[in-house]
Design a binder for this molecule. Structure first.
Ligand SMILES: NC(=O)C1=CN([C@@H]2O[C@H](COP(=O)(O)OP(=O)(O)OC[C@H]3O[C@@H](n4cnc5c(N)ncnc54)[C@H](OP(=O)(O)O)[C@@H]3O)[C@@H](O)[C@H]2O)C=CC1
Ligand SMILES: O=C(O)C1=N[C@H](C(=O)O)C[C@H](O)C1
Length: 246
């Protein structure tokens, strides 16, 4: 029997593409939800639910997944520490695939960023992350930018919080902090998603850039993750597990 996939936020930009990709994958669309709907009903009808809605919905979807004993595929960005803790708590009971970016290219980019940072010490190489998105995006920096920052920090044997974040520089900021990680966010037009990571030293720069031209790449990855998650043991996974890069 085909796997039944439920889509939270089915009328959104991602929700509409996810609907098409569920059909393309030969799965069954179990149903969809909109703001104000009870997530328990969607989970009851589904084998797995995909949530690309809003950070504010993550706790309710995580709790509903745990209560229903069904996997959750979570793509919303901008979660705060409490919301991420709720997701981690649900992942102790069911499989949760939580990824800032479901594209294969960014999954590789994150792994590469961590390896580069391990070889380019913060004392000499300033790490700066620049992202650009469409004018409708409501959170900044993007989830992918934060994930890149975390990857750089991990490569340097620390955390993003401990390394220090420099974002939204304006006015008399003082000199750049050594070892900190810088973020800049641009918004405009209909840019699907662009991320650059720059390591800047006194005598050389090295940078990596990823550009998405079609947000379908995220929907394809999320449906792949949904099919992968059904029947998995409880745990907090991301796209590197799904595509076998873990
Ligand atoms: N991880 C990844 O690869 C990607 C992540 N994203 C993230 O996914 C999220 C959605 O992006 P996008 O599709 O562009 O946004 P949209 O605003 O186009 O779509 C979100 C949809 O979710 C609905 N919604 C809001 N709250 C709830 C709720 N509690 N239950 C059910 N539906 C709800 C919204 O309704 P309403 O209009 O009434 O608010 C809207 O229809 C963002 O956080 C974005 O950053 C996007 C692309 C890729
Ligand atoms: O809101 C978007 O559009 C996107 N959000 C994700 C993010 O915040 O990183 C992924 C992608 O960049 C598109």
């Amino acid at each position: 029997m085909a796997i039944r996939i439920g889509i939270a936020g089915i009328a959104g930009r991602m929700g509409r593409l996810l609907t098409e990709e569920v059909a393309a994958a030969g799965a069954t669309l179990a149903g969809g939800s909109a703001r104000g709907d009870d997530p328990a009903l969607l989970f009851a009808a589904s084998d797995v639910v995909i949530d690309f809605t809003h950070a504010g919905a993550a706790e309710a979807h995580a709790a509903a997944a745990a209560a229903a004993g069904k996997p959750l595929i979570l793509g919303s960005s901008g979660l705060d520490a409490a919301q991420e803790a709720a997701v981690a708590a649900a992942a102790r009971q069911v499989a949760v695939v939580y990824a800032a970016n479901f594209s294969p290219g960014v999954t590789l980019f994150l792994a590469t960023a961590e390896r580069m940072a391990a070889s380019l010490p913060g004392a000499r190489y300033d790490a700066e992350i620049v992202e650009m998105h469409h004018r409708q995006k409501v959170d900044a920096p993007s989830g992918t930018a934060v994930a890149l920052g975390r990857a750089v920090a991990r490569g340097r044997g620390t955390t993003l919080e401990a390394a220090g974040i420099e974002s939204g520089r304006d006015g008399h900021t003082g000199a750049r902090g050594t070892g900190t990680i810088g973020f800049a966010a641009l918004r405009g037009g209909q840019v699907v998603g662009e991320h650059s990571l720059l390591f800047a030293a006194a005598s050389e720069h090295i940078s990596l850039t990823h550009r998405s031209f079609d947000r379908r790449v995220y929907a394809t990855g999320a449906v792949q993750a949904a099919l992968w998650a059904v029947g998995r043991p409880a745990g907090l996974y991301d796209m590197k597990h799904v595509i076998g890069m873990a």
